[in-house]
Design a protein around this ligand. Structure first.
Ligand SMILES: *Cc1c(COP(=O)(O)O)cnc(C)c1O
Length: 425
């Protein structure tokens, strides 16, 4: 590779003049915090999902949405919440905010979504007092919720998750940080989107590199008005009226504190960016879908690699493009594979080291890697390639070329090799 070609970043946001003019409107109006742009963003997001605008609460992160969702469904100290081990920190840390116990479940080997078999077994063992990883057989609280993740933007088996939750009286709260827009496509072509009443609360992320962004931001979409009302109030200090209601002409100065809430509201400046992004959400999804298809085609038949399958009937958000390295066919490990790609100017990531293999969870709950064998075996194999709508064909081809080159140069020589292995420089 030559440095002159520059670097293919993991993610690059395309400049959008519509976002800029939205921000300018905010600045000219003098209203920067939660106000009319946020209201409009909630309304348009609701329209995109086909739900009532009052069910959507814009927040400053998906983490905040997950926190408030668990608060609204009534998670209390000592309760248990099952989350996949194959997820980002936020999914489990919000459970700890309540001094409740996150219990992990393993993933499917192909999609990396939560395994319903593992989830069902852990829920049953927990409820019936048998040992579950990280908890032993000691006293236990109520199984309050299950929080599935739609890994990389591919819908998990939500029907399976809901079945397990219903069996044990637990709520489903979706971590849909990767999953806008995503869902299921019926045989007649109609779409059922994640967030359209698919669970009690669905939480989306608008973090900088997510499928649509506000820089930092998120959305809680609740299926019941009691839940969205509670989330809205708790997102702004537990005040019975928000600032827009208080300071607009129609508003009143008075408010009442109904609980010690949080400070999780989205700003109008962020919502202005979100409105521009939202208008292009399907166009951006299609661009990622195209790149994914071309990557899949380019990597098919390479023994050193496995691609992730798409289930039939799903609408995939294509947030991530993940490869599983076939380590038996390679002479280098994943970390070296990543540094080889970096040397070639390709910046990648890994999603994720399973939560039960992080120090905090290992030390606090005594997890061993083999407690979730599928996730533990997968994580040393995972790499996420650059995937973003503004990626040029040349950039995509550079990624493909670099991945192929690293595979070819670090092919594990077979016992009886057909030809001399390519020297590694
Ligand atoms: C990004 C992410 C989050 C957190 O989103 P924020 O908006 O940054 O709080 C939560 N869960 C998953 C699976 C994520 O990838």
């Amino acid at each position: 590779m030559t440095r002159a070609e520059g670097v293919v970043p993991f993610y690059r946001l395309e400049f959008d003049p519509a976002a800029l003019s939205g921000i300018e409107e905010c600045l000219r109006s003098g209203w920067l915090t939660t106000g009319p742009k946020t209201k409009e963003f909630e309304a348009r997001f609701a329209a995109a999902l086909g739900v009532s605008p009052s069910g959507c609460v814009a927040l400053n992160s998906c983490t905040a949405a997950l926190h408030l969702a668990l608060e609204a469904i009534g998670v209390r100290r000592g309760d248990a919440v099952i989350v996949p081990t194959m997820t980002f920190a936020a999914t489990a840390e919000v459970v700890r905010y309540f001094d409740a116990v996150p219990i992990f479940a393993d993933c499917e080997p192909d999609t990396l979504n939560v395994s319903i078999e593992s989830l069902g077994r852990i829920a049953r063992d927990f409820v019936e007092g048998r040992a579950v990883p990280g908890l032993g057989t000691g006293p236990r609280g109520v199984l309050r919720a299950i929080v599935p993740v739609h890994y990389g933007g591919q819908p998990c088996d939500l029907a399976g998750v809901t079945r397990v939750a219903t069996e044990h009286g637990a709520a489903v709260v979706e971590d849909a940080a990767h999953a806008f827009p995503a869902g299921w496509i019926a045989s007649d072509g109609s779409r059922r989107l994640i967030g359209s009443g698919t669970s009690r609360v669905t939480c989306f992320s608008f973090y900088a590199n997510k499928t649509i962004t506000t820089g930092e931001g998120g959305m809680a979409v609740a299926a019941e008005p009691e839940l969205s009302d509670r989330i809205r109030v708790m997102s702004l200090h537990g005040m019975s009226r928000n600032a827009w209601n208080r300071y607009s002409e129609a508003g009143s100065w008075d408010y009442d504190l109904i609980a010690p809430g949080f400070k999780y509201n989205l700003t109008d400046v962020a919502a202005a960016i979100g409105l521009a992004q939202l208008a292009r959400a399907e166009e951006l999804r299609l661009a990622r879908e195209r790149i994914t298809a071309l990557y899949d085609e380019a990597f098919a038949g390479i023994d050193e690699l496995e691609t992730l399958p798409s289930r039939t009937g799903v609408l995939h958000a294509h947030h991530l493009y993940v490869l599983k390295l076939n380590l038996a066919a390679l002479s280098i490990d994943r970390d070296r594979f990543l540094s080889e790609l970096k040397e070639r100017g390709i910046l990648c990531s890994v999603h994720w080291r399973p939560l039960h293999m992080h120090r905090y969870y290992t030390e606090t709950y005594g997890y061993r890697p083999e407690d979730f064998p599928v996730a533990a075996a997968l994580w040393p194999r995972l790499i996420s390639l650059p995937l973003f709508p503004s990626m040029s064909d040349a950039e995509r081809e550079r990624v493909v070329g670099a991945v192929r080159d690293v595979c070819a140069r670090h092919r594990r020589p077979l016992a009886v090799s057909a030809g001399a292995p390519v020297p590694t420089r």
